[in-house]
Design a protein around this ligand. Structure first.
Ligand code: SF4
Length: 134
């Protein structure tokens, strides 16, 4: 829309049952709520999958960062299917490969290590937000 400030839409995968996906979601919330609240937003991946018009328009009209738990890339694939452009794609599992000592504990409680990993990932996401809106 004319004059409306663009935001980066951050979409983590749904990753039910995978602790590493919980890390990705935690990182996404950290960016949206604390690191870049005025520059980012999110939308339910499920709405995109169901073809919701508002959700589709959001990913078509704004830059997007997807955060997938694993190489199946569910968030990335669904954003692409919805016509999303300018997509930066990250994987929580890659952050874990770089920081093997920060293994998340479980799906509902990622633990201290998982939280540290989410923090590291969120800083990477926040940097991408800046780059995308430059
Ligand atoms: S990317 Fe991996 S963890 Fe995320 S929803 Fe898909 S299969 Fe699950």
């Amino acid at each position: 829309m004319m004059g409306e400030k663009k935001k980066v839409i951050i979409i983590p995968c749904s990753g039910i049952g995978k602790a590493i996906a919980s890390v990705g979601r935690e990182a996404a919330y950290e960016v949206i709520e604390n690191l870049k609240p005025d520059m980012s937003d999110t939308v339910c991946l499920s709405l995109l999958v169901m073809g919701d018009e508002r959700a589709r328009n959001l990913v078509r009209e704004n830059p997007v960062i997807t955060i997938d738990g694993c190489p199946k890339d569910c968030a990335r694939k669904n954003v692409e299917l919805s016509g999303g452009k300018g997509t930066v794609h990250l994987r929580a599992i890659d952050a874990l490969k770089d920081h093997k000592d920060l293994k998340p504990k479980s799906v509902i409680d990622i633990g201290e290590e998982g939280k540290k990993l989410a923090q590291i990932l969120s800083e990477e996401v926040a940097q991408k937000v800046d780059e995308l809106l430059k």
